[in-house]
Design a protein around this ligand. Structure first.
Ligand code: AHR
Length: 510
């Protein structure tokens, strides 16, 4: 073509295209992928959720009103409790009955603080009911017994006239509760008992044999698996836990925390980082895809029908505790970097939704990559909260195959990661959604959206800011919030501008 024979249009500048297949639908994105984790750790429960009925902080039956309202908006589908490491030292009988008669216990794992056990089984189950969330209870394998674990499940689920069921009734709950998920231990390789995979697998079978519930109230039973790049837990469990009338293993859990440095001796700071720390954080978080691939490939050999789930039931960022804070409380600020990272992880979980049918970000309030931070009566919503809210349409949606073509790399030094990550789905109400994440902190991208169906406009929200560590504070809680995002096709081409360091979620419209 002769020079100057045609005007340069925006479409010519497009170097990257995103192709969505609407006719070839994938797996359902279980809403439980959006699960939240609440542990007796720092101010995660006490102050963060539970302040007690006599508190000056406005509350409904002891639960703080502001946090409850924010979590309702978030449509939290699932809550995991009471830990984490705490679960393997938690004795459920300490947390039932009149609150003024409950024993005070020491939280030896997290900060050595005294727990008055005001938040126990009834408080947790009621909280989940108030939110309309499914429940995931983590049983105590480390310092408990099969009898204690079985009795907890009986207390929760039995409709009989047994002493335990009647004790629940006397404590104010007539009907049995539904227990959706139940785990036998946590991090058995570490705080859960420093076990080998073989030893834990035997214990899993031992305990699981005695966990009896009414037939119509059987929780999904979860085995404690490995972490990071480990695969031996998955191998040993898959090879040795048989499926019989008295034995089940419905899922294996896996934990992966993202540290900017990748070094547990010095994690990296939550704020005030440079581009190299930004890049390393993205690089490290994307490793989760390999961990999912290698573990699920092992599972596929033993379970080609994918009956057993692979649950990433602890994930998120873990920074250095700020100076002056209690190191056992794991309180950290949350910035745009956390928001971008959350989008990347969610897009990966969607892509592996066939096996990854549940995940829990750690943790919901005031701990690690939280949705909500509180300071006595004050509360703020973090950038991660906003991403979880933007992604609500993906809960229980059906994933759609998606591919990114053209230029899509972010290189720093000798390392490279994809710049844009994307996920598409058709929601339970039949609407099409697209989530886009730009992991590059300074380059925007024009994306041509192509599909086997005509989409001529999009509408949704974008979360971005000028600073990599933009965040909300108690003085400026609305500093970083999503903004409306709309674009229309021109000349039959739908081209979206994806700002640097951003998360965009849009509905695709005809
Ligand atoms: O989320 C904090 C801790 O991290 C959990 O208690 C434990 O399971 C993990 O090591």
């Amino acid at each position: 073509m002769a020079l100057g024979s045609h005007a340069v249009t925006a479409a010519d500048a497009v170097q990257t295209s995103v192709k969505i297949e609407t006719k070839n639908q994938g797996a359902v994105i279980n809403k439980a992928i959006y699960g939240q984790f609440m542990e007796h750790l720092g101010r995660g429960i006490y102050e963060g959720v539970w302040v007690g009925e006599d508190s000056k902080i406005p509350n409904t039956k002891g639960y703080r009103k502001d946090v409850l309202a924010a979590l309702k908006e978030l449509q939290v589908p699932l809550l995991r409790w009471p830990g984490g490491c705490f679960a393997d030292e938690y004795h459920w009988r300490d947390g039932i009955g009149p609150r003024d008669k409950r024993p005070a216990t020491v939280n030896t794992t997290w900060g050595g603080v005294t727990d008055d056990n005001a938040f126990g089984t009834h408080e947790f189950m009621t909280f989940a009911e108030m939110l309309g969330a499914e429940v995931y209870i983590n049983g105590n394998l480390g310092t408990g017994t099969p009898q204690e674990m079985a009795a907890w499940l009986e207390y929760l689920t039995s409709d009989s006239q047994s002493t335990l069921a009647n004790m629940r009734r006397a404590n104010g709950r007539d009907k049995p509760w539904k227990v959706d998920y139940f785990a036998i231990g946590n991090e058995a390789w570490g705080c859960g008992g420093t076990m080998t995979p073989e030893y834990y697998t035997n214990l899993y079978k031992h305990y699981a044999t005695f966990l009896k519930t009414p037939e119509d109230n059987r929780p999904i039973l979860i085995a404690s698996g490995g972490h990071t790049d480990q695969t031996e837990w998955t191998t040993t469990l898959m090879e040795n836990v048989p499926e019989t009338w008295s034995m089940r293993m419905d899922a294996i859990s896996h934990h992966y925390y993202t540290l900017p440095t990748g070094d547990w001796a010095k994690h990296g700071a939550a704020l005030g980082f440079n581009e190299s720390e930004w890049f390393d954080t993205m690089f490290n978080t994307l490793r989760i895809e390999d961990f999912i691939k290698t573990n699920t490939a092992i599972m596929d050999k033993h379970d080609p029908e994918k009956k057993v789930g692979f649950y990433v039931d602890e994930w998120g960022t873990w920074y250095d505790v700020a100076e002056g804070d209690n190191p056992g409380f794991l309180y950290q600020q949350n910035s745009l970097r956390d928001a971008v990272l959350a989008g990347l992880n969610l897009n990966i979980f969607h892509a592996y939704a066939e096996r990854v049918r549940m995940s829990n970000i750690a943790q919901m309030v005031n701990v690690l990559q939280a949705m909500i931070l509180t300071d006595k009566e004050k509360m703020l919503l973090t950038p991660t909260y906003h991403v979880f809210k933007m992604y609500i349409p993906f809960q229980d949606a059906t994933s759609l195959p998606i591919s990114i073509k053209g230029e899509n790399s972010y290189v720093l030094g000798d390392k490279e990661i994809p710049m844009v990550s994307a996920s598409a789905a058709i929601s339970t109400s039949g609407k099409y959604y697209l989530a886009l994440v730009n992991a590059h902190p300074s380059e925007s991208r024009k994306l041509a959206i192509e599909a086997d169906k005509t989409f001529s406009r999009v509408k949704g929200q974008v979360l971005t800011a000028d600073a990599m560590d933009a965040h909300n504070t108690f003085k400026q809680p609305n500093n970083l919030q999503p903004k409306a995002y709309k674009q229309k096709a021109k000349d039959g081409k739908l081209i979206l501008d994806l700002p640097a360091k951003s998360v965009v979620v849009v509905e695709l419209l005809d």
